[in-house]
Design a protein around this ligand. Structure first.
Ligand code: MLT
Length: 406
């Protein structure tokens, strides 16, 4: 007897699912990662906490090949990325023509679009590997040109992925120790941000655009537009600003009583609390746990980091009192900004670009799956959901909004 899996009922759709951002509605398969509400992010079945300190190239290989490389395979993969690292000087030239203002994410979008002009082959697999290889140099160039640190530093054949990224940043005034700390942070930051299941906004957007057979660069460009919003990738920037505001409000010393009072006042004044809650998770985001543990080693006395730890202790019990808040726990953004700041990247405007540099990897790999492997290699059809016609929208709209916010 055979089982017809195509008819398996995955969930029943009701009106309550309308206008909820497809929350929880299954729409496809993701072969790279999944996010479990209780245990968080897994890459190819492995909890992110277990692999956060692996070499970034090994984790990228895992996402691509669904297994970790042995030593020889890792070396070969590193060599392959190094071979593909070269950036057409026209990309740097295009960045140089931008006015030195505007959010760095706009520069990032410009860089990806220009890479598409100079490099697109139309082959999703080729473009995926090229983008993964080139994105650190393009990202570093954005920092250098927009901040006036100097000309872009070209990729080297000698260094590994994140080591070379930190070298190409060439952060002014960072000594060898500072460089080593930033490298240690960026290796972990990169790994924990590479992928987050199939349904986060940027990934879903990238795959949706690719479903119309836009090429890899166009699809990633669209994905990164999705990441640019403060409800998604830009939340890491907003969160550091919030943490700094809290530090100022308590007079520089994160005491428990003052912090609790501050949070209660913010809630009473309907001000947002950044760095807590997630659309899927119902526990502390393991990516936040990993970063806080790393912060204990890299910047234990940093005042922002101490505030992050105080918020981690104080906020969840307060938010839990609101029955509409399903996840009162820290998310990945709570700690990432304070660590970047303490390790030499002080301008929070760039944090979403760093998130994007990592996330391009997971999205590109998922695009390859949907275009080249899904449905026995035929690929998924063009995304085309149905909207119910209703000239006035639904009267339940407000109630549903409240449910989502909760
Ligand atoms: C992410 O890493 O993409 C965010 O946590 C958002 C999400 O998963 O929806």
């Amino acid at each position: 007897m055979t089982t017809d899996t195509s008819s398996k009922v995955l969930m029943e759709l009701t009106e309550a699912h309308m206008e909820t951002g497809l929350r929880g509605v299954p729409v496809g398969y993701c072969t790279t990662s999944y996010v479990d509400p209780q245990t968080g992010l897994h890459y190819v079945g492995r909890p992110v906490s277990e692999i956060a300190h692996e070499d970034p190239e090994a984790v990228i290989y895992l996402l691509l090949n669904k297994r970790f490389p042995d030593a020889a395979e890792l070396e070969a993969f590193r060599a392959e990325l190094k071979r593909r690292r070269h950036i057409d000087p026209q990309v740097f030239f295009a960045l140089k023509t931008l006015p030195r203002k505007g959010h760095p994410m706009k520069w990032f979008l410009h860089a990806i679009n220009t890479l598409g002009v100079t490099d697109a082959t139309g082959d999703f697999r080729e473009d995926c590997l090229n983008l993964i290889a080139k994105i650190p140099a393009a990202t570093a160039a954005i920092f250098r040109l927009r901040e006036g640190w100097g000309d872009p530093i070209l990729p080297s054949e000698d260094l590994n992925y994140m080591e070379d990224f930190v070298r190409m940043l060439g952060v002014p005034g960072l000594d060898a120790d500072g460089q080593a700390r930033l490298t240690e942070l960026m290796r972990v930051f990169d790994v924990v941000h590479l992928d987050h299941g199939g349904g986060n906004l940027s990934t879903f957007t990238g795959k949706a655009v690719a479903s119309g057979l836009a090429d890899m660069y166009e699809s990633i460009l669209a994905a990164m537009c999705g990441l640019a919003g403060p409800r998604h990738g830009k939340a890491n920037q907003e969160c550091l600003n919030f943490v700094e505001e809290c530090v100022r409000a308590v007079g520089g010393t994160p005491s428990e009583g003052l912090t609790r009072e501050l949070i209660q006042n913010r809630l009473a004044n309907k001000l947002l609390i950044y760095g807590f809650g997630h659309a899927v998770l119902k526990v502390e985001d393991p990516r936040a746990t990993v970063l806080i543990e790393l912060g204990e080693r890299l910047c234990p006395n940093d005042v922002n980091f101490r505030m992050v730890k105080m918020l981690r202790q104080v906020v969840p019990p307060i938010l839990s009192q609101n029955p509409r808040i399903a996840d009162p726990y820290p998310n990945v953004d709570l700690a990432s900004g304070s660590l970047l700041h303490a390790c030499g990247l002080e301008n929070s405007d760039y944090y979403t670009v760093l998130f994007g540099m990592s996330r391009v990897v997971g999205i590109a790999i998922q695009v390859v799956y949907e275009r080249c492997e899904a449905r026995m290699g035929r690929g998924t059809p063009i995304v085309r959901p149905k909207y119910l016609y209703s000239p006035k929208g639904t009267s339940e709209g407000a109630a549903v909004d409240a449910m989502i916010a909760g």
